[in-house]
Ligand binder design. Structure first.
Ligand SMILES: Cc1cc2nc3c(=O)[nH]c(=O)nc-3n(C[C@H](O)[C@H](O)[C@H](O)COP(=O)(O)OP(=O)(O)OC[C@H]3O[C@@H](n4cnc5c(N)ncnc54)[C@H](O)[C@@H]3O)c2cc1C
Length: 447
């Protein structure tokens, strides 16, 4: 076996938004940092495909304007540029029929989605949501909250749809009501941004920030395992000592940040036999979606730009109606089905369901079709923030306590936020802990 070479202060495994952010913060502390990304490009799930002037994120992506993620991006010198989607042209779909989406006072009064007493209940709840103490609801499920707080079945459906669109999670029996309500509060507070040029703009700027800070990024290199000191070196028992790469190289370091999924993290350490990492991987239930991305030469119905299913977990949004994502006359539409954890519907039938929704909102879309892409099984978030684990408050990491020098970051880690907010918040938090961490003992073990 090849002996250890090089000696970076820290190695980051994975070049998605979490890995890029963690590496940059560590380099800014003056550390010599190497980042390994197995693909030929960084960005992970935040990458955007560009085709003839259309910018297609991997499924619908929206950045929360009051989330922790945007704060961390700004700390990195990145200012996301985009537009807030409008609520006019929004529909609630029930029994295959379009109704005005009850987003504000006027639409609440005019919608045919439900009757007067249901409207009053929905209005009252929406008006009081910012006052809800979410911390006390972390261990309650979304289903429990909805059944305890809402009496009209149609209003329950509306709130379940709002929870789905805000969290991507279609698992009311598992999802923490506190974590879901925090997300809804953020959406109602300052809404979201659709980014001009897609999320690739964040990826490109994050890569540049990492390089400016001095991070050495190696693309096309997979890390095969994280190696640790063996038993017998008493005080440094099982501390990190380096990584082994797919090309056979072994690099020594005292600090490793794994910026990938819980399954990858578990596999990298002791071949999946490390008890704590194996437990985190076992307990994580991924949040998944089927996505249909559609590029059109023109939008058949410019007045219908958003739809949310009430009785079906479906989403449609014309992202190009807000952000610059398509050439002049063209339109970029993103559709999604929020998949339940036990989903077993054949992908072809999901695709048909999404096409039917598109036909309802944009009849004649096929004649204007430039490009389509169906992604049947995307991992949106690596773990549901479950009530059983106190929502975001019981999530693992970023420190792996019994392996000195080992950290995890990503959208399944730490106490803050969901989606990319969690990825970026955990990257920031891990770098703070590492700044205080004294690797001298682990360093001695490496040598
Ligand atoms: C359909 C969809 C819709 C979404 N919508 C939103 C949204 O509206 N708002 C929002 O905030 N978030 C959204 N997200 C989530 C957001 O994209 C992710 O949370 C974020 O991009 C995750 O970044 P990450 O760095 O944590 O992980 P990833 O992007 O998964 O990056 C992990 C990286 O690690 C690399 N890697 C893995 N193993 C190894 C190894 N052994 N060696 C080297 N490299 C390795 C992978 O190749 C990958 O590049 C959405 C995601 C999807 C899929």
């Amino acid at each position: 076996m090849q002996s250890f070479v090089g000696n970076p202060d820290a190695i980051v495994i994975g070049g998605g938004m979490a890995g890029l952010a963690a590496a940059t913060f560590l380099a800014k502390q003056g550390k010599n940092v190497r980042l390994f990304e197995q693909s030929q490009a960084v960005g992970g799930r935040a990458r955007t495909k560009e085709m003839n002037g259309f910018y297609m994120n991997q499924g619908p992506h929206a950045l929360y304007r009051s989330g922790r993620g945007i704060e961390v991006l700004r700390e990195l010198g990145i200012e996301p540029r985009g537009r807030v989607p409008s609520i006019s042209g929004a529909y609630a779909i029930k029994d295959g029929v379009k109704h005005t989406f009850p987003a504000g006072l006027v639409s609440m009064l005019t919608t045919g989605l439900f009757g007067l007493s249901a409207k009053l209940e929905a209005g009252r709840l929406l008006a009081s949501i910012q006052k809800i103490d979410t911390r006390s609801l972390m261990s309650a499920t979304v289903r429990e909250w909805v059944e305890n707080q809402i009496s009209h079945p149609a209003v329950r459906e509306l709130f379940l749809a709002v929870f789905r669109v805000s969290t991507y999670t279609n698992a009311p029996e598992l999802m923490s009501a506190g974590a879901a309500l925090e997300q809804v509060k953020m959406a109602l507070d300052k809404n979201v941004l659709y980014l001009d040029g897609g999320w690739q703009t964040l990826v490109d700027e994050a890569e540049r920030a990492a390089e400016r800070a001095g991070v050495i990024i190696e693309k096309g290199f997979k890390v095969e395992s994280v190696e640790r000191t063996g038993a017998g070196q008493e005080r440094n028992l099982y501390a990190v000592r380096g990584v082994r790469l797919s090309d056979g190289r072994r690099l020594a370091t005292s600090t490793v940040v794994i910026a990938s999924s819980p399954t990858v993290a578990a596999r990298l350490v002791e071949d999946g036999e490390h008890p704590l990492l194996a437990k985190w991987a076992d307990e994580s239930i991924p949040v998944k979606a089927a996505c249909l991305d559609i590029a059109l030469s023109r939008l058949p119905n410019p007045k219908a730009t958003f739809a949310l299913g009430m009785d079906r977990p479906l989403y449609l949004s014309v992202h190009s109606a807000a952000a610059r994502l398509a050439p002049c006359e063209g339109a970029l539409i993103q559709l999604a089905k929020y998949l339940p954890p036990d989903d077993d519907q054949p992908p072809e039938s999901v695709e048909r369901e999404l096409e039917n929704l598109l036909e309802l909102l944009q009849p004649g879309w096929r004649e204007a079709l430039v490009y389509r892409r169906f992604l049947p099984d995307m991992v949106v978030m690596n773990a549901i923030a479950t009530a059983r684990h106190r929502g975001t408050k019981g999530r693992p990491g970023p420190q792996v306590e019994d392996v000195p020098g080992l950290f995890v970051v990503g959208d399944w880690v730490g106490e803050e936020g969901l989606l990319v907010d969690a990825s970026l918040a955990s990257a920031r938090h891990a770098s703070d802990i590492i700044a205080r961490y004294k690797p001298a003992e682990a360093q001695a073990a490496v040598r």
